[in-house]
Ligand binder design. Structure first.
Ligand code: AFD
Ligand code: MN
Length: 393
């Protein structure tokens, strides 16, 4: 069992200053291609999503940012939305493009063989950049559903060339203080090949653009058994790890609560982050985000639980004696080195986290405190009528 005194002053600072970015779409209705279930109280617009995100931050103290998704979060007045968010302690952050839900993109968006479709997709990203200038966002996040379903359907090589050309035009549109975040996913919605399927493709494409293009690693976007922490090391060494989309999976891109399927994997990922001194986002430039869909569980509690899961694994890693680990590694003390990692993973950090929250003036039990707040009952009663937000599939 560990308490705050078991942390070094620097580890205490890192844990205390840790932040995560929430996704606006986590608060909307979500589901699968078979059914999107609705929940009483679901937000009807980005303002209500910000209200819900502000609840997660109010009880956890570590989620002061929100990613928006365009057009799902399209609004008349982004200045008003930004002001509304900032009044509630929430910063509008990454802008996620969406060129995967329009019939014109059936055979691809930025990779499409038809230059008119590519133009439409590029312009959709330029629209996102315009929005970034109004929200004060510094990152354009791109995930493409582009790919093919059968061998021979299209030219894999020409699509890569089209992708580079399209991304280069989008990248050139960015202001000097803005960056491009390219996310990969190994399959779905395309089933034979995906145009940005893996970290190597994303890395190659961003390196061809310039220094302000980086990779987004979504933890649910790898084939089963992938050593994700290895990819973390490689992208960090290349100086191109821009962000995580944290979630967890049992089978595919399940978008489940981070850590729920494999907390040890989350621990190992954070271990490589801390080993590389990359946890401190303002210094490392690595943004830690949640990208999840709460199909069945209540959304705000699901986001609180997820943020606490990341915080818990981070605390465990920060407790590890890295000097002893390095010494054991250099001595080829296999069992000793593994024992250090193992012991850290199984350390109970709840007392430590309770102390940390009390230091911040927060309830030591964020989830219980939120449930006692009555917020869920209030929004279920107040948010009647209108059209509930969903990811619009
Ligand atoms: C979907 C994609 C990807 C992306 C997110 C937001 O799989 O993870 O980051 O939508 O566009 O989950
Ligand atoms: Mn993602």
């Amino acid at each position: 069992m560990a308490t705050l005194k078991d942390l070094t002053p620097e580890a205490h600072r890192l844990l205390s200053e840790q932040t995560l970015e929430l996704a606006s779409w986590a608060f909307g209705n979500a589901g699968t291609r078979f059914k999107v279930y609705s929940t009483a109280g679901t937000p009807r617009d980005p303002f209500e999503k910000i209200d819900d995100a502000a609840q997660v931050n109010a009880f956890t103290g570590i989620t002061p940012r929100i990613s928006l998704h365009i057009p799902w979060d399209e609004t008349e007045d982004y200045g008003a939305l930004r002001e509304y968010a900032e009044e509630r302690g929430i910063q509008l952050s990454n802008i996620n493009s969406n060129v995967f839900q329009d019939d014109d993109y059936k055979f691809g968006s930025l990779t499409n063989s038809d230059p008119h479709i590519r133009r439409k997709a590029i312009d959709a990203h330029k629209h996102c950049i315009d929005i970034m200038r109004k929200t004060g966002s510094d990152t354009l996040k791109i995930w493409l559903g582009d790919g093919t379903n059968y061998p021979g359907q299209d030219s894999i090589r020409r699509r890569q060339d089209n992708l580079h050309e399209s991304l280069a035009e989008i990248y050139a549109e960015l202001d000097e203080d803005q960056k491009l975040l390219l996310e990969y996913k190994f399959f779905e919605p395309a089933f034979y090949h995906t145009d940005v399927p893996d970290w190597g493709t994303s890395l190659g494409q961003v390196q061809a653009l310039g220094d302000r293009a980086v990779v987004c690693l979504d933890t649910g976007h790898h084939a089963p058994g992938t050593n994700i922490e290895f990819i973390v090391v490689q992208l960090l060494r290349a100086g191109r790890l821009g962000a995580f989309d944290f979630n967890s999976r049992f089978y595919a891109d399940d978008d489940l609560m981070v850590g729920a399927a494999d907390p040890y994997q989350l621990f190992r990922i954070l271990n490589e982050i801390i080993d590389a001194d990359a946890l401190d986002t303002p210094v490392s430039g690595v943004n830690f985000m949640l990208d999840q869909c709460h199909n069945l569980e209540e959304k705000i509690p699901g986001e609180i639980r997820s943020a606490l899961n990341v915080q818990e694994m981070t605390a465990k890693v920060l407790l590890m004696d890295r000097a002893a680990l390095t010494a054991a590694q250099e001595a080829h003390d296999v069992l000793g080195a593994n024992q250090i990692v193992w012991d850290a993973f199984f350390t109970d950090v709840q007392p430590l986290l309770a102390e940390l929250r009390e230091e911040k003036g927060l309830d030591p039990d964020p989830l219980g405190a939120f449930r006692r707040s009555g917020y869920l009952e209030k929004i279920a009663a107040d948010r009647v009528g209108g059209v509930q937000a969903s990811w619009g599939a």
